[in-house]
Write a protein that binds this ligand. Structure first.
Ligand code: SF4
Length: 316
């Protein structure tokens, strides 16, 4: 038997995973035979030339199909907590629309009305080893998802989720697709770990200026709903956010005041040790204090993800 791989959920943690045999996507029948359930957590899927990966997520309560649009692992952020292993000689490789369609058709064809092995399909997520909105063929990928959702008669409730750091949300070639994307139960989940230019530089290490990034979120979020995904952790021995988290609260309030249609905040901490050893998870107590502060200061639902907890607390 060849090497086995396991895939975690879209937050990178708190998921059981499907293990599957690392073979070519064409061998669908034997792939089916090899899948087992596991809580193990091993290699990244991209090492096996797959673009679509299945996830059993406690958060979503079912099966998610993840799409890795960045098999070359390139990203315009360099987050200190990133868990993607990169090397300097990473080849440039754009995902192939044909391969993506083939893999999606395989998986969607394997999922019956009852779901897959008892797990209903909950969502299809665009994420992976880099930033999806930097990928040239993203408009074609979104159109493919819209077409396949219709062709396979997927329930309205199955979400299409784009995970992004917001850098490409203002792309002109994406603009015509957003109305159909949202009509098809699409959601945009936007990274927001920073609260000013300094924290953006320290934690996300990008050349994209802070104000430019905020403008992109405001420009998009005024038109369409956005979910914020924020990672809270210690960096180099400091929590980096003062008690009450005033900087973060102020930035989120600025977005709200600017008319951004924020749906909720997903606040999470690290669940696996990233490459940077100086990034450490917050304790459950710290996360509880954070949630209290956010819920007290912001009129937004907050979902909380602990380091090892399975709990998702939602508050109105
Ligand atoms: S945006 Fe995502 S992929 Fe890019 S460095 Fe940050 S965590 Fe890694």
């Amino acid at each position: 038997m060849s090497d086995r791989i396991a895939i975690t959920d879209s937050l990178g943690h708190k998921a059981s995973a499907l293990e599957l045999d690392a073979q070519s996507p064409e061998s669908g029948d034997s792939l089916e035979a090899q899948i087992t359930l596991s809580y193990a957590n091993h290699s990244r899927l991209s090492e096996f030339d797959r673009l679509v990966y299945p996830v059993i997520s406690r958060r979503s309560g079912g099966l998610s199909l993840g799409i890795n649009l960045n098999p070359d692992k390139r990203c315009n952020f360099d987050c200190v907590y990133c868990q993607v292993e990169r090397t300097d000689d990473q080849p440039v490789a754009e995902p192939s629309l044909a391969q993506l369609e083939q893999e999606l058709r395989h998986w969607l064809g394997s999922i019956s009305a009852e779901g897959y092995r008892g797990y209903p399909l909950r969502d299809i997520g665009l994420a992976g080893d880099g930033e999806p909105t930097t990928v040239r063929i993203l408009p074609q990928v979104l159109q493919l998802l819209l077409d396949l959702k219709q062709e396979f008669d997927l329930p309205e409730a199955v979400k299409l989720v784009l995970f992004t750091n917001a850098t490409g949300l203002d792309r002109k070639d994406l603009a015509p697709l957003w109305p159909s994307f949202y009509r098809a139960n699409g959601e945009v989940w936007c990274k927001l770990d920073y609260w000013d230019a300094r924290s953006l530089q320290q934690l996300n290490r990008t050349s994209v200026p802070f104000e430019r990034l905020v403008e992109k979120i405001i420009g998009f979020g005024r038109l369409y709903p956005v979910v914020l995904q924020s990672c809270f952790f210690n960096w180099q021995g400091q929590t980096h956010i003062d008690a009450g988290y005033p900087g973060y609260v102020a930035l989120v309030q600025r977005l709200l005041d600017a008319g951004v249609r924020l749906q909720k905040i997903q606040a999470y901490t690290l669940a696996r040790q990233p490459a940077e050893a100086e990034a450490r998870p917050w304790s459950d107590a710290q996360m509880d204090l954070l949630a209290c502060s956010l819920r007290r200061n912001l009129e937004l639902p907050v979902e909380l993800f602990y380091e090892t907890g399975l709990e998702v607390e939602a508050a109105g």
